[in-house]
Write a protein that binds this ligand. Sequence first.
Ligand SMILES: [Zn+2]
Ligand SMILES: [Zn+2]
Length: 273
Amino acid sequence: MQNYTYHSHTNTLGIYDGNNSAEEMIRQAEEKGFSEIGITNHLICHPNICKIDKYASMYFRDYRIVKDIYKKTIEEIKTASLKSKIRVLIGFEVDFFQDKEWRNFFEKLIPDLEADYYIGSSHFIYNNDYSKIYKISYLKKYPDMFDEDTREIYLHKHWENIKACAESGYFKFIAHLDQIKSKGFYQGKEWDEEKFKVIEALAKSKTGFELNTKGLRFCTEMYPSPWIVKELNKRNVPVVISDDAHHINQIGENFDVAESLLQKMNYNNRIHL
Ligand SMILES: [Zn+2]
Ligand SMILES: [Zn+2]
């Protein structure tokens, strides 16, 4: 069974959504018998992000100020890792945006941060030119913000963004591909075409994906759905099991369930950084 995780969160600097310090997360991974842990706090920066939810302290709008914040994040985790008995990697879970300004910002940031790796992610829905960016949860929390037409546009853009995220080449793997299903929306067959575009993009760009057990905490299945995992296996896309742990108790959670699904499918192309 996979005895490492590359997707976990901490409360570093007091701005992120993890519940524990890096030191506590590392210690827990050691106690679980893991050989490695990758800590990947959120890297979320875009001038047009709407900041009205409880996680707003980790959404930034100013490209000029974030480099220092992310460098301090790395430093704090590095200090914690000095006491570690296992390998500690430091990465970020990056919300990807396609517009030129964001790409310029991120491409300049990569050599400055020298992180070990980046996970590509998409926690938001967007209009076509990214002038409006909302957390996926707003679909449920603030339904009046979206009439049917705008919702349709936002959702197509969301899938298109995940496809572009896969194609970008920036990322070792893409996080929770169909996390949007946890809100109970958009699981119908009419969305399969969009999902197939993502599957093909991953295969073509040779970018990996994660089988994320957090899905079992928020809905009835992991991210992505087994049929998507099966299609990705047919195309030999690399996979890693992730817990997306935001708390020490979530490290390695349901890895046995994920492992047994992958073994049933003879999924052999695994990511090991
Ligand atoms: Zn995520
Ligand atoms: Zn995460």
